[in-house]
Design a protein around this ligand. Structure first.
Ligand code: SF4
Length: 345
């Protein structure tokens, strides 16, 4: 059996029962693929179910408020995915009569749809012979064929895309694509691949040369920038200050406590205009570390109690504590809020 037949045969017997595999609706496939970028299936599944139930069509997604979408997306990270999806849903409804483009080339013109997503939608929904190349595919192909070209270089990308597209055979390219990704996720895993039960082991170069851990090759190491966020949690017991992140940065459009970013960890409250004209008592300081793919956030939450009722201040909202759940917040703030509720109760 050749490579494609081998993995599709394996897939038929081993695939997970996932809801997006039972549809050819491009909207639902798009939804699932965007949710699953940088996200494990176990985590993405509940989000897919929430979104497909709240917004079963592209029209309903387009009509939603951005704040509702961000709230539902909360905890999934990479929030630009949700904002781009909303933009694209509105574009499809306004400019394309609500109909999804039906081929790879036109799909690529949509905001937030790259080569991977366009290949997934066009092959799963329209049987187009376009190979998906994601982290799983890079790993499987680099190990099986023993390819040393770094995957994060232009040459590497070209080589893997060419090979992946050459390998698609048969009448069902969508199935081939699903199969190779599932094979990478379940069998040819990043750590401890199940080579002992792999039907490709006999002809797998990395397995036979005992070099599995060397693949896939990358030219650079991912560096993580350290950032220090000082949050001002100011409450009078009934309300607290909340502001929206509006800069082009992580967590754009999400809500948080007023913040000052410092270049290093600080041990005294940094000066901030939010503290002015208030009579405050510092009652707690909590440190939390939050790791993102390219950044590590060291956060300090400075909790202040105001002896007088607080009110709106410049661009900072004064939000009732009982309404806080209506706001989409980063996971870091969500984690702190659990502690905050214990501290003030
Ligand atoms: S033998 Fe191991 S490394 Fe090679 S394709 Fe199979 S699971 Fe992956």
């Amino acid at each position: 059996m050749n490579f494609s037949n081998e993995i599709t045969a394996w897939y038929e017997n081993n695939k997970r029962d996932l809801p997006w595999r039972k549809t050819k609706d491009p909207y639902l496939i798009w939804l699932s693929e965007i949710i699953l970028q940088q996200t494990r299936v176990e985590q993405g599944l509940s989000y897919y179910l929430k979104f497909s139930s709240a917004y079963p069509t592209v029209q309903s997604f387009a009509k939603a408020e951005e704040s509702q979408i961000l709230k539902l997306w909360q905890g999934l990270g990479y929030y630009s995915r949700a904002r781009n999806m909303h933009f694209t849903a509105k574009y499809i409804c306004t400019n394309l009569n609500g109909a999804f483009p039906s081929n790879y080339k036109e799909l690529l013109s949509l905001k937030g749809v790259g080569e991977y997503t366009a290949a997934a939608i066009s092959s799963f929904c329209y049987n187009e012979k376009k190979a998906v190349v994601d982290g799983n595919v890079f790993r499987v192909l680099s190990r099986y064929y023993g390819i040393n070209t770094p995957i994060d270089t232009t040459n590497g990308k070209k080589e893997f895309f060419r090979l992946a597209n050459e390998l698609i055979e048969g009448k069902n390219p969508g199935n081939h694509n699903q199969a190779i990704m599932e094979f990478g996720a379940l069998l040819c895993k990043p750590k401890n691949p199940s080579c002992n039960i792999c039907s490709l082991a006999e002809s797998c170069i990395a397995f036979n040369k005992n070099t599995i851990s060397k693949f896939p090759v990358k030219s650079k190491k991912t560096t993580q920038k350290k950032r220090y966020f000082n949050y001002y949690v100011i409450t009078d017991g009934k309300s607290l200050y909340f502001e929206q992140r509006n800069k082009k940065d992580i967590w754009e459009k999400l809500y948080q406590f007023p913040v000052i970013e410092t270049t290093d960890e600080v041990f005294e409250t940094p000066k901030s205009s939010i503290l002015q004209h208030l009579t405050l008592e510092l009652i707690d300081v909590k440190s939390l570390k939050h790791v993102l793919s390219h950044q590590i956030i060291f956060a300090k939450f400075w909790l202040f109690k105001s002896s007088k009722n607080i009110a709106h201040k410049n661009n900072v909202k004064c939000v009732r504590i009982k309404d806080i759940d209506n706001y989409a917040v980063p996971k870091l703030v969500e984690n702190y809020l659990k502690e905050f509720f214990q501290l003030i109760n």
